[in-house]
Design a protein around this ligand. Structure first.
Ligand code: SF4
Length: 296
């Protein structure tokens, strides 16, 4: 199949000599934007119940979660290896000693060949980055930052608790150490129309990121955003509008930037809107058809 962008599947095959599957791990971290250290209430769109598949969390240790995850995926391919994905909340929010013990526990599990650490850009110290630099020399490691937007007014509105300068600093400091860096953004945040997203694309592309995940805005039950949406409903993209936007957006990105996802899919009972019911691979397929039919 013709490729119109550098997709994660192609990239990861070049990084590791075996098939890998990410296993989400909930290591019991909190978030400084929830517990009051940086903010209270968290980002207005956030509900961490959407992060965890059934095999993880529930008071199990990191190794137990990984073993359960392995059983869940083992039937797919013999010889499959795994990446421990620290996804829920802020996975660098703890003392360095504690963080080391958690990451090392994951790496001690048989067939776990690397880790992916999701975090906030204001939650990485120099000391931690120095440790991660050393870790990245002996194992496969991606540090994944929530960027969400480059627009400080939006970051303030969504109660993010940091500005874009902070994001840029963290990404640059991480990349400077030779650590693989991922970023996560949301398209369609309140106040951001398609023109604003397209303005941000080159800014995102100028960051020394290796991997980018792009998500559509979703309204999740029980969040502050759900409350705002019910009081003053605003426009959410249809699939067709979103495909068109993504097609234009990716034209503005570096060709070597690896695109890992375009959609997120929250559990149907938690999702208020938009109800697309599309998995990432289904979306990617539709996007590819669109890109093929609309070649520049
Ligand atoms: S999205 Fe991340 S940073 Fe924001 S409140 Fe949720 S866990 Fe914290």
């Amino acid at each position: 199949m013709e490729q119109y962008y550098y997709d994660f599947g192609t990239w990861i095959k070049k990084q590791l000599p075996y098939k890998v599957q990410k296993i989400s791990v909930d290591a019991g971290f909190s978030c400084p934007n929830r517990d009051g250290r940086i903010g209270k209430g968290g980002c207005i769109f956030c509900d961490n119940r959407t992060f965890n598949p059934s095999y993880c969390g529930q008071g199990k240790t990191v190794s137990q979660q990984l073993e359960d995850g392995k059983k869940f995926f083992a039937h797919k391919y013999p010889g499959m290896k795994y990446l421990a994905y620290f996804q829920a909340y802020t996975n660098t929010y703890g003392s360095l000693e504690h963080l080391k013990s958690i990451y090392e526990e994951a790496l001690g599990v048989e067939d776990v060949v690397g880790i992916v650490i999701g975090t906030r850009p204001d939650c990485v110290s120099e000391e931690l980055l120095d440790y991660l630099e050393a870790l990245s020399r002996r194992t496969f490691l991606i540090v994944e930052y929530g960027i969400e937007s480059c627009n400080d007014a939006t970051l303030k509105y969504i109660n993010r608790g940091h500005d874009f300068a902070c994001t840029r600093r963290a990404i640059e400091e991480t990349a400077r150490r030779g650590i693989l860096v991922g970023g996560h953004i949301i398209l369609g945040l309140p106040g951001e129309d398609a023109a604003e997203s397209l303005r941000q694309a080159p800014v995102i592309s100028s960051l020394p990121l290796n991997i980018l995940k792009i998500h559509q805005l979703q309204i999740i039950r029980g969040t502050r955003l759900a409350q705002l949406y019910s009081q003053h409903p605003f426009h959410l993209y249809s699939v067709e509008e979103y495909i068109e936007l993504i097609a234009r957006y990716i034209q503005l990105l570096r060709k070597d930037l690896v695109l890992e996802r375009f959609v997120s899919q929250s559990p149907p009972d938690l999702l208020i809107a938009p109800k697309w019911g599309l998995k990432n691979y289904e979306f990617a397929h539709r996007l590819n058809n669109y890109l093929k039919a609309n070649r520049p």
